[in-house]
Design a protein. Structure first.
Length: 453
């Protein structure tokens, strides 16, 4: 039994409506045979082709087929951080959930957003059923044909490992594409999210039974899943230290939308969804009438018209990942104003270390993983009044020693180190039977390197 809680993320799920749970053990009966398909069926953005990397028999460069409910061009978070790095050694096929558009037949929209990462967006007619199994069943023959004939994919993903973020598609997709096994990267307890399908827990049990390797995005998730699988490893949030260190660079210019706000500025960046404590934001806006509350990020599963309104509460919308260090430089205090509900019970917010790397004081609500890992660098408040008091202290007397410790902590939890360690577990789990045991170096960064206090 292999379990590892080495170092101990945040994203909404975009669920589609699904029918009642099917008999997953009979999924083979639903699989569709691969039709012959004209390559012109696929839509392609026309980027230059990346070269085929390595041999499919070389497990050190084994391809990865990723099934993800998050869009590659949404918020830059765990999947993008991992696979933008894993692509240096492994061809990555990033398959997103289908979209419904005004097309006459199902097609695949294929692009290559960065070298060695091929992005596939299945496009289904508007009239196509929204049932998740029916959608996946329509995608399977398209994806099989593309793997055989599409110029970006042919011969590139044989013998791949399937990597799942949501268990919803697993009963149909698992084992369909000549793969050697599956990884489940559980970065959220999706069953607790708003609009979660009623059978998602059953689908997760199926995926846990089938996967060779399980990663979790935090300690709470590790506690929940490690009793359900024999090979579970915890890797929580990481950080691109060099990127966010720009916030500490005197040459970095704060963008006008932040620089023009009356100070002090209490700021947040991230997805704005059911995990935010909106009453707390109102309380902060009222407590700092001379200052500004800046909320940066896309809306998900919330109606913007329903959000609280104050003259000094600013909903600034989504910004590109490249802009975040300059934006956070303009924050006097970084906020993690999470509601304490089922959707936040297991989160391990990526922004914690990003704020630390920026050298900023941080105030959070009592999210369990934050309490377990990041106190005292992060000041945790247990109610609204305590949050206001903590924000006031952070504004008027920030602890320089804790800010320095935050930078040091971030430097010990880089995405590069996390990816190296996760890759070691990947190579070990899918090592061919006749291959000698991997050298110790392949097991990646140690728990200490990943940053326990």
């Amino acid at each position: 039994m292999t379990r590892n809680a080495a170092e101990t993320r945040d994203a909404p799920s975009a669920f589609v409506e699904n029918r009642p749970a099917s008999a997953y053990s009979e999924r083979a009966d639903r699989r569709t045979q691969t039709p012959t398909r004209d390559p012109s069926t696929y839509r392609d953005a026309g980027r230059p082709l990346a070269p085929v990397v390595g041999s499919v028999s070389d497990h050190l460069r084994r391809p990865l087929i990723v099934h993800c409910h998050l869009r590659w061009d949404f918020v830059w978070q765990r999947p993008q951080q991992l696979f933008s790095r894993l692509a240096a050694q492994h061809p990555v096929l990033f398959v997103e959930d289908p979209v419904h558009e005004a097309v006459t037949q199902a097609v695949l929209r294929v692009t290559e957003p960065q070298p060695n990462v091929v992005r596939v967006v299945p496009v289904l007619p508007e009239s196509h059923p929204h049932d998740v199994d029916a959608q996946c069943a329509s995608v399977v023959p398209l994806l099989r044909a593309a793997l055989a004939a599409h110029p970006r994919m042919a011969g590139r993903f044989a013998g791949a490992v399937q990597w799942f973020y949501s268990p919803m598609s697993a009963p149909v997709y698992l084992g369909q594409f000549g793969t050697v096994g599956a990884v489940y990267d559980c970065m959220d307890e999706l069953a607790n999210f708003r609009f979660a399908p009623p059978d998602i827990a059953a689908r997760e049990r199926f995926l846990l039974d089938e996967a060779k390797l399980v990663f979790t995005g935090g300690l709470g998730l590790f506690d929940a899943k490690s009793s359900l699988h024999h090979n579970v490893h915890c890797f929580g949030c990481g950080v691109d230290v060099t990127h966010y260190a720009q916030a500490r660079d005197a040459a970095t210019v704060v963008p006008p939308e932040i620089a023009a706000l009356p100070g002090p500025v209490l700021g947040y960046f991230g997805v704005i969804d059911e995990r935010i404590d909106y009453a707390l934001l109102e309380r902060l806006a009222d407590a700092f009438p001379e200052g500004s509350i800046a909320m940066i990020g896309p809306f998900a599963k919330v109606d913007p018209a329903s959000l609280p309104r104050r003259a000094n509460l600013h909903w600034l919308g989504q910004r590109d990942y490249a802009q975040l260090p300059a934006l956070v430089k303009g924050f006097d205090v970084c906020l993690m104003p999470f509601a304490l509900n089922e959707a936040t019970r297991f989160i391990n917010p990526t922004k914690t270390l990003e704020y630390m790397a920026a050298g900023k004081p941080i105030v959070s609500t009592a999210v369990p993983d934050v309490l377990r890992q990041f106190v005292p660098i992060v000041e945790v408040a247990h109610d609204h009044d305590a949050f206001v008091d903590a924000a006031t202290r952070a504004l008027h007397s920030p602890c320089v020693e804790l800010l320095d410790k935050g930078v040091e902590r971030a430097q010990r939890a880089t995405w590069d180190a996390i990816v190296a360690s996760m890759r070691g577990h990947l190579l070990e789990a899918f090592r061919p039977a006749r291959t000698a045991a991997l050298p110790g170096a392949f097991l990646g960064a140690s728990a200490r390197a990943l940053g326990g206090e």
